[in-house]
Ligand binder design. Structure first.
Ligand code: HEC
Length: 125
């Protein structure tokens, strides 16, 4: 009986140890879930514009339109996006010059968000 009790305590400790480890793992995944790629609520102002501003405006603004492409301003961005050239360039599709020029490809989350925005009809939201 004493042995059984000791044994039980031992297994209880093991169980607690593992459940604790498991719990930590859950917390880890939980933290990752705080920053998922949210492609459901995509807006021009919060998702598309910041990417264009930081990575594209330097070469595609009103004053310096590399390749004749202006992305500064909603109407300009919408026109390029509507023509298919925006997505073609950032997704490095054949037939388009890969963008950002001489830079790293955008994070896939940004590309997905921009493509969702285009699919949604490029709303000015
Ligand atoms: C370092 C300057 C630079 C940056 C940064 C840059 N571009 Fe460009 N972009 C160019 C130049 C120069 C061209 C002209 C085409 C060429 O070089 O062949 C061009 C062309 C384009 C084209 C036309 C491509 C085609 O095949 O029709 C699009 C669309 C475009 N850029 C979008 C973007 C987007 C979107 C970004 C940001 C993610 C971006 N660019 C960042 C320099 C840049």
């Amino acid at each position: 009986m004493r042995y059984l009790f000791k044994c039980g305590t031992f297994f209880l400790l093991i169980y607690l140890l593992f459940s604790c480890a498991y719990h930590n793992e859950e917390e880890l995944y939980g933290n990752e879930a705080i920053n998922p790629c949210d492609t459901v609520t995509v807006t021009y102002t919060l998702d598309v514009l910041p990417v264009l501003q930081t990575t594209c405006y330097p070469c595609h603004n009103q004053a310096a339109a590399s390749g004749g492409v202006i992305l500064e301003g909603y109407n300009q961005a919408k026109a390029i996006a509507g023509s298919g050239r925006l997505l073609g360039a950032i997704s490095h599709s054949p037939g388009f010059t890969p963008m950002p020029k001489d830079g790293a490809k955008l994070p896939s989350c940004d590309i997905t968000k921009i493509s969702r925005w285009i699919e949604a009809g490029m709303p000015e939201n």
